[in-house]
Ligand binder design. Sequence first.
Ligand code: TRP
Length: 335
Amino acid sequence: MCNIETEQKKKVLSCIQPSGMLTLGNYLGALKNWVNMQDEFDCTFAVADLHAITVRQEPAALRSQIYSTYALLLALGIDPEKNTVFIQSHVPFHTQLSWLLSCNTQFGEMSRMTQFKDKSAKHPENVNVGLFSYPVLMAADILLYKPDFVPVGADQKQHLEIARDIAVRFNNKYGDVFTIPEPYIPKTGARVMSLQDPSRKMSKSDDNVNSWVAILDSKDDIIRKFKRAVTDSEACVRFCEEQAGISNLITIYSAVTGKTVAEVEREFEGRGYGEFKLAVGEAVADTLAPIKASYEEIIKDKKALEQLYKEGADKACRQAYKTYNKAMKKVGFVL
Ligand code: TRP
């Protein structure tokens, strides 16, 4: 009975890059949903380490970020028994399928990717071919596991669309191999903006460290950053377009406490920004504290961590291998 139930669950896949510290924005916008999806879906989650080297990475820093991103997924409560949780580079089929897909993707369609245009403008000294073909590798990440849904943020929607296009075209040319994934828009999920410039998304690559909160920041740092958050001129805690700074803080407070926007406004009626900012800082610190504590336990035991990511890679390989072989066969390779 149990088995039938798991077989019928829809499949979800998502990946996260191990580039630097994960932020409160990553947590509230994406990772919290990963945690929530575990019961309803059959989930595959990966640390997309191969994607990270499309921009220069210092080897020692990359290595430690891969470890810490994997550990953080576990600390958040993602269960490696229930899901498939692995490190992308441990499953060679990603790069292998990526070649097959590259030869079925047009230069013209890749040239239209807005993230490529943005990133190559930002790093003109390193416009490498990997940065250009990154969406094909992402398509391989997805298509190998035949997910029904892929939760992605707005910045990745175009890449998911290209993955769908590649899959449809491949299936039409060679026969049915890939499942066409749908984007998954979670019921809850907050878009967290910079604490210093609420017109921009909170991002760890922002030079101003006060603009973002890392999931692993200390309580003092969190509270200090919220105290310094930019607010507006109306001096009241009300969610509205004109008050982008305070609205962002309301969104965050509402996401961590589970209260609705209206409840938050009522709670802080007649109270000043200072008091509200402190309350947001404390609520965020209280939410992140157990995650940080659990992370510190997990990262201490490298052996146990290694065992888990190896098991994750084995599980992932078993699924990916089937899809990869089928694709190879259809294209005409001798197996
Ligand atoms: N490109 C994604 C990002 O930068 C990460 C990613 C890699 C991904 N492969 C994926 C996301 C597959 C979803 C599915 O955020």
